[in-house]
Design a binder for this molecule. Structure first.
Ligand code: CO
Length: 141
């Protein structure tokens, strides 16, 4: 499997304060913002070279990001690796005994399909797999 770093997700409590650092102090630019209904978050994508920083705000108190902020405060939430075929990647990882949070891909931001891998199998980091919209190439047999 070929996996490429796509973005790093950072949970923020106060977006305007976070922008004071990421945009104003570091000089990075917000490319896009999008509400991801399935996760009850608003994601702000900050361009940082070939990868992106994803600033995540909760839109509801039962959002996974709200729970994360309550438990641990703002900080690194997940890293995202892009793969060509997310279903094949999940099947391969499962066959290797990797503990998955999502056994099936679900809708992510920007029309992508995403699935999370449990931190107990990734040495403590929440890892998101992503297949970007329109990038599905069925495996040849
Ligand atoms: Co993400």
């Amino acid at each position: 499997m070929k996996a490429v770093i796509d973005h790093v997700g950072i949970a923020v409590r106060d977006l305007s304060e976070a922008l004071g650092f990421y945009r104003d102090a570091l000089g990075l630019e917000i490319e896009d913002s999008e509400e991801v209904a399935s996760q009850r978050v608003r994601a702000h994508f900050v361009a940082a070279g070939p990868a992106t920083l994803e600033l995540l705000e909760a839109t509801s108190s039962d959002s996974p990001i709200a729970k994360f902020l309550d438990k641990r405060g703002p900080g690194l939430h997940h890293i995202t690796l892009r793969v060509d075929d997310i279903r094949a990647a999940l099947a391969d990882l499962q066959a290797r005994g990797v503990r998955l949070i999502d056994h099936e891909p679900r809708p992510g931001a920007e029309g992508a399909q995403v699935a999370f891998i449990h931190p107990s199998s990734t040495h403590g980091v929440l890892v998101e797999l992503k297949q970007a919209a329109g990038e599905h190439r069925p495996r040849r047999r």
